[in-house]
Write a protein that binds this ligand. Structure first.
Ligand code: XMP
Length: 508
């Protein structure tokens, strides 16, 4: 396994994903991880990430110098390379001009990192400092016009530095460079596969749970679904799933969930149809935060009720993912509450349950691979994210059964057309929003006065930032005409072309 020390780069997680794509396990830890802990972790290689600091800043983050005496290969990327340079006796200086964007790498002789590379190599640069003097023992691996030391190596000690970012997509052959580091230089073996993961994780779930009972809340989303199937594979009927249908799901979704889990996977599923209860509680409410709070509270209440019927339960299963677990270095101050997210975070303490989080080591894309490996259908595994409060926050203003039904029909058309265009998996989220705005239209010879439907399609890496998708006019056209023709109650369709920030993905 490989250790990644994080110096606060926005893209540290991408390094980890590139390493794991080579079927090599790795973990991200803060740059100041204690040497003792590093020794305990026993990495076959260490990668120092990039970061926003300059090595000359007063509070520049430094890792323990002892990492260079472990006899383990070290790869420094951007800030990581500069820190390595400074720590090993070289010199780093400010560039006259920040270098940002595409650059062409010219190789200076052969090296293991660039094994099998010939000619020029396209890379992505983003730095304000550069290496003026390499530490003793280092030789030049590559340069660019703007950066005389773009890559350096000390083959004897197996230390390497890259000024550019091999982990981003704009460095097209970056994955090969990382592969060369982990295999040729660190000697890692590609054993991190989802088939192996299932084997070790089911064994560990069995051991941990013993004869206990595990409770799992199914939302219909990828993470909880994969977690349920994985745990079921380990302990069968000791797993009990609760599925609360809040009446805010998409068209046909509740049936699909029930079918898949009871008929296909034969999992104990307790299905609570609480459509009317939720609508009752939400009646007359138009404030987004109040909607969210009501839905969250009602869910917890119903979930607890259902759990009580099961008698003694020992564990609560959760689909916590690796990005939630990584201790982030980037010093995010206390941020304002933009939206109170619906999750089951508070439940375990309240219900006095231990947590079972079998995918907490995995990235989202690995969870999807795991789902495939467990025999789950593509429709579940490659589902776009869907918010806990469901259609309630896409039906702007006061809710009613009528409006939710209109939205459900419009949304189904959006998904169908996006799928037909082959874009469903490419797009982060694509959906319909029903506005509380009525406008005048004409149908045949008659005047209409009906609702407006907004389309939203965004691309995003993690939901934190997003850009609207430049959908082809033909697709926008067919979605619009189908909605207006087929969905009673809508006579106008508009397209949302706002970025996040400053807008958000969901409208409420
Ligand atoms: P926003 O609207 O904040 O959404 O830009 C970012 C991402 O989060 C999803 N979202 C939620 N997911 N519970 C969830 O599980 C929620 O309450 C919730 N609210 C928003 C949203 O769909 C997008 O992917």
């Amino acid at each position: 396994k490989v250790l990644i020390l994080d110096f606060g780069s926005q893209v540290t997680q991408l390094i980890a994903r590139r390493v794991r794509e080579q079927s090599v396990y790795c973990e991200i830890h803060p740059y100041n991880m204690a040497l003792e802990k590093i020794k305990e972790f026993a990495p076959k290689g260490i990668i120092l990430s990039g970061g926003p600091s300059s090595v000359y800043d007063k509070d520049a983050p430094h890792s323990d110098l002892g990492i260079y005496d472990l006899g383990v290969p070290v790869l420094g990327i951007c800030y990581g390379m500069q820190l390595m340079t400074q720590q090993l006796g070289g010199r780093v200086e400010r560039c006259d001009k920040r270098e940002f964007g595409r650059a062409t790498l010219e190789l200076d002789g052969a090296s293991e990192i660039f094994a099998s590379f010939t000619g020029d190599v396209e890379v992505w640069m983003s730095h304000g400092d550069r290496i003026e003097l390499m530490p003793e023992g280092f030789a030049l691996m590559a340069h660019t016009t703007g950066c005389p030391t773009a890559a350096m190596k000390d083959e004897k000690r197996r230390f390497y530095g890259l000024q550019f970012h091999p982990e981003v997509v704009h460095t097209p052959r970056g994955d090969e460079m990382i592969g060369n580091f982990v295999f040729n230089i660190c000697g890692c073996v590609p054993t991190w596969t989802m088939a192996n993961f299932i084997e070790t994780e089911t064994a560990s779930i069995r051991e941990k749970v013993g004869n206990g009972k595990v409770l799992c809340a199914l939302s219909g989303g990828v993470d909880s679904a994969v977690v349920a199937v994985l745990i079921h594979r380990a302990i069968g009927d000791q797993l009990h799933c609760v599925f609360v249908n809040n009446g805010l799901l998409r068209k046909g979704e509740a049936d699909k969930v029930v079918n898949l889990f009871t008929k296909h996977f034969k999992i104990n599923l307790h299905h609570v149809d609480a459509t009317d209860r939720f609508l009752d509680k939400l009646s007359g409410i138009s404030d987004p935060e109040r909607k969210r709070k009501i839905i969250g509270n009602e869910f917890i209440y119903l979930f607890e009720e259902e759990a009580k019927k099961l008698g003694q339960v020992d564990y609560l299963a959760q689909g916590t993912l690796y990005p939630d677990v990584i201790e982030s270095v980037s010093t995010k101050g206390p941020s304002a509450v933009i939206k109170s997210h619906h999750n089951v975070g508070g439940l375990p303490e309240k219900m006095n349950l231990k947590l079972l989080e079998p995918v907490r080591e995995l990235f989202k894309d690995e969870v999807r691979l795991l789902g495939k490996e467990l025999g789950m259908p593509d429709e579940v595994v490659y589902r776009q994210p869907f918010p806990g409060p469901g259609l309630a926050i896409r039906c702007i203003g006061e809710l009613s059964k009528e409006k939710l039904d209109i939205l459900r029909e419009a949304d189904a058309i959006v998904i169908e057309e996006i799928r037909k265009a082959g874009l469903y998996r490419e797009i982060w989220q694509s959906f319909a929003v029903l506005l509380p705005v009525k406008t005048v239209g004409v149908m045949g010879d008659a005047r209409t006065y009906e609702y407006t439907c907004a389309l939203r399609a965004v691309n995003s890496i993690d939901g934190m930032t997003a850009d609207w998708v430049k959908l082809p006019y033909e697709i926008l056209g067919s979605i619009s005409s189908r909605i207006i023709n087929e969905v009673k109650g809508v006579n106008r369709v508009v397209y949302d072309i706002s970025q996040k920030p400053p807008a958000t993905i969901e409208w409420e």
